[in-house]
Design a binder for this molecule. Structure first.
Ligand code: ATP
Length: 248
């Protein structure tokens, strides 16, 4: 692939005797929605955590737009344009939806809490937060406490939080987890819109969503990439069917 936005080479991360990512290599083109699938414990979350810098690899290299970011600390990767939406909710339940997004935008800009009370800066942050809420269709819930939002709305809010940092690459760890049928199809529609604006790496167990959304899919099994390709290739790959899709 010429000039991928994100390139991972031979990423190794061990936990004791377990090799959670075992020489993982993959490339994500600018504008692509790249899904990572695989059975429980395959190393998907460990891979995402190394991309964001929450975990350091024991070996291997990560490039973002050609720059080696393997040892760049997590907070700087966010400034370089990597945003993660968590598998486990990371929202503040006693704050409103818009405050949660504004706090993320503020942290991204490297501002401290002293900006609360500075009317001009605060209204700038609120405008950013409002725009992010608009992108996920949550404007009407802007002033609602997170604890009063439905599970599906909280997932959408997590996306708004990630979007408020203007990412180049959005890393999504199981955005459909725990969603009902209606909420899942709303999320698929939302991701279909967002993919036009931002490169997305999607970890997801919902295969209908993955095959509806992905440009390319990489399959992880026991920490290794056993296949990478277009959805049609992955669907027909015998090894993938045996190792993963057959059990769906
Ligand atoms: P799931 O689909 O269930 O979320 P996954 O593909 O995301 O699974 P990981 O959570 O990355 O898989 O786990 C990969 C392997 O590494 C598993 O065997 C897991 O038990 C192990 N592992 C992950 N994190 C840790 C940790 N902090 N300490 C010890 N072992 C870990």
């Amino acid at each position: 692939m010429a000039d991928p936005l994100l390139r991972v080479e031979n990423l190794v991360r061990r936990f004791g005797g377990i090799v959670a990512t075992d020489h993982v290599s993959l490339e994500v083109a600018r504008g692509e929605l790249h899904a990572i699938i695989g059975p429980n414990g395959a190393g998907k979350t460990t891979l995402i955590s190394q991309l964001t810098g929450q975990l350091l690899p024991h070996a291997g290299t990560i490039y973002l737009a050609g720059q080696d970011i393997t040892r760049v600390p997590a907070w700087r990767r966010s400034a370089l344009g990597l945003a993660r939406s968590f598998q486990i909710t990371s929202l503040l339940p006693d704050f409103t939806a818009i405050d949660n997004v504004a706090l993320a935008a503020q942290a991204h800009d490297g501002h401290s809490f002293r900006f609360w009370g500075n009317a001009r800066k605060e209204s700038g942050l609120r405008a950013t937060a409002f725009a992010a809420l608009q992108r996920v269709g949550l404007v009407e819930r802007a002033n609602t406490l997170v604890s009063k939002l439905s599970h599906g709305e909280q997932r959408e809010l997590e996306l708004a939080v990630a979007l408020a940092t203007s990412p180049q690459v959005l890393l999504l760890d199981e955005p459909m987890a725990g969603l009902g049928i209606t909420e899942s199809s709303r999320m698929v529609k939302l991701l279909q819109e967002l993919r036009r604006e931002v490169t997305i790496v999607l970890v997801e167990h919902d295969m209908d969503a993955v095959f509806a959304l992905a440009d390319r899919i990489s399959v992880l099994v026991y920490g290794r990439v056993i296949a990478s390709g277009a959805p049609s290739e992955i669907r027909q790959n015998e090894e993938v069917k045996r190792a993963y899709l057959g059990e769906q």
